[in-house]
Design a protein around this ligand. Structure first.
Ligand code: PMT
Length: 428
């Protein structure tokens, strides 16, 4: 068994919770790697985990007695469960079953591990492992999204062949990768509650932010149009978070079913041309422009005034001539003295290559690559994952709720462009 890179986790107190999945057999190796990287590890097993991995093996590799019950008098006398919750700077649950994730989402505390999770202020890191359909079930997805929203860190699941013989996402991330991921997670980063926003984060105070969101509709005739699957959720989440961070936010929105976020001014539009007109009307008061909208690249050249009927001449099909729509974000980026511009790139293949191409071609300051070939994220889903690209760097933002993604993206904008933002919006 390989050990982790010495020192990477030196001084860390990791409480490893193991729940009842077949991947539990990998946990002695995980403990070895965590300790090899310098961490002090205390293992807590659920009743299910004890069916898959022996306490003797875990005790041998961790150098500590394995805890599994709230009612173990000797163990409680040595270090009570509240003390244990305080001792940990990181609670890592690997593998985390669907049942464990559901209990964490509900705040249920019916065994030692879930009780510790409620009692601790440590960072919570969850490495799910389960059958692919259990993972894809809407109940699990909504539980995972809730945990992410509260600030939990999700590692995986990885995709591949499963112990049950099926294929897809559901495998526990490998011990070496879990160990590596922990090095970039701040210890003691508490789960803060429904919105993990720092209430004191006013880093966009005085900044005027203009965001486009949702789809556009390009009419064919009075009853038909060309559109796409954008729900507006990601753009609205950005508008909500930017307002929370103190910005004055205007949202130019294509047709969505979403309510106006608190404190945000919304301008409703339908087509790409309407969206451009609305954006241009706001541009001279905009410091930061974020183009999240899925704008139609083409529109119908000649929109019919009346409903197109199926007649003898159209029965075998019709041809629609499409013309190119204006590129809204490229127009904004090319405006002299214009705002900082952040685009999104929804891609199904060669994502990095296409996104970097758009960053350069459209003259943007930053672009967020959204891999929409992954059905769990992107269009209409509640979760998302991005790769943020800028002229000389890039950063992955792992799968989280769209609100958490919005916070990460805005923090990166502040980090990279704060000097330019402050010059544009000097504090009075
Ligand atoms: O709305 P959701 O359901 O939450 O889904 C979110 C999302 C998948 C729509 C979002 O995360 C996303 O990826 N948005 C960009 C979608 C898109 O149209 O990408 P694009 O690669 O075609 O465009 C690149 C950039 O140019 C985008 O910033 C887009 O707003 C902008 N653009 C594109 C065409 C055009 N004519 N004008 C533009 O401004």
């Amino acid at each position: 068994m390989d050990q982790g890179t010495p020192g990477e986790l030196a001084g860390r107190h990791i409480l490893l919770g193991i729940t009842g999945g077949i991947a539990a057999y990998k946990t002695p190796d995980l403990v070895r790697k965590l300790r090899g990287a310098g961490a002090d590890v205390c293992v807590v097993t659920s009743a299910g985990a004890q069916q898959f991995v022996s306490s003797t093996a875990l005790q041998a590799v961790s150098g500590r007695a394995v805890r599994h019950s709230l009612w173990d008098e000797a163990a409680e006398a040595a270090m009570g469960h509240i003390e244990l919750a305080r001792w940990a700077d990181t609670v890592l649950i690997a593998p985390a079953t669907a049942n464990c994730i559901a209990k964490l989402a509900r705040g249920q505390a019916d065994d030692l591990l879930t009780t510790l999770c409620l009692a601790t202020t440590a960072a919570l890191v969850v490495a799910p492992a389960m059958n692919v359909r259990m993972w894809q079930h809407p109940a699990t997805q909504s539980n995972v999204a809730l945990l992410a929203e509260r600030g939990a860190h999700l590692l995986g699941p990885a995709e591949g062949e499963q112990a049950c013989g099926e294929y897809g996402p559901g495998r526990m991330v490998e011990p070496a990768d879990i160990c590596k991921a922990l090095t970039s997670i701040d210890p003691g980063q508490a789960v803060l509650g429904p919105h993990a926003t720092d209430p004191a984060d006013n880093s966009l105070a005085g900044v005027n932010v203009l965001i486009t969101a949702g789809p556009t509709r390009e009419p064919i005739d009075p009853v038909r149009y060309i559109s796409n699957r954008s729900s507006g959720k990601q753009g609205y989440a950005l508008a909500t978070e930017a307002a929370r961070m103190g910005a004055t936010v205007t949202l130019v929105s294509g047709p969505t079913a979403l309510p106006v976020p608190p404190g945000v001014k919304r301008i409703d539009v339908l087509s790409a041309q309407d969206m451009l007109t609305a954006v241009e009307s706001q541009l001279d008061q905009t410091d930061l422009f974020i183009g999240v909208a899925a704008v139609a690249d083409y529109r119908v050249a000649a929109v019919a005034n009346e409903k197109i009927k199926k007649t003898a001449s159209t029965r075998d099909g019709i041809t629609l001539d499409l013309v190119t729509n204006p590129d809204i974000i490229a127009t904004v980026a090319a405006t002299a003295g214009g705002p900082i511009t952040v685009g999104f790139a929804a891609e199904t293949h060669k994502g990095l290559e296409h996104a970097r191409g758009k960053l350069e071609r459209k003259g943007l300051d930053m672009i967020a690559l959204n891999d929409v070939s992954d059905q769990r994220i992107g269009f209409s889903s509640d979760a998302n994952a991005l790769t943020i690209l800028w002229s000389d760097g890039e950063q992955q933002v792992p799968m989280q709720t769209k609100a958490a993604i919005a916070r990460s993206l805005l923090s990166k904008v502040v980090e990279l462009f704060n000097p330019r933002l402050s010059v544009r919006s000097p504090t009075p």
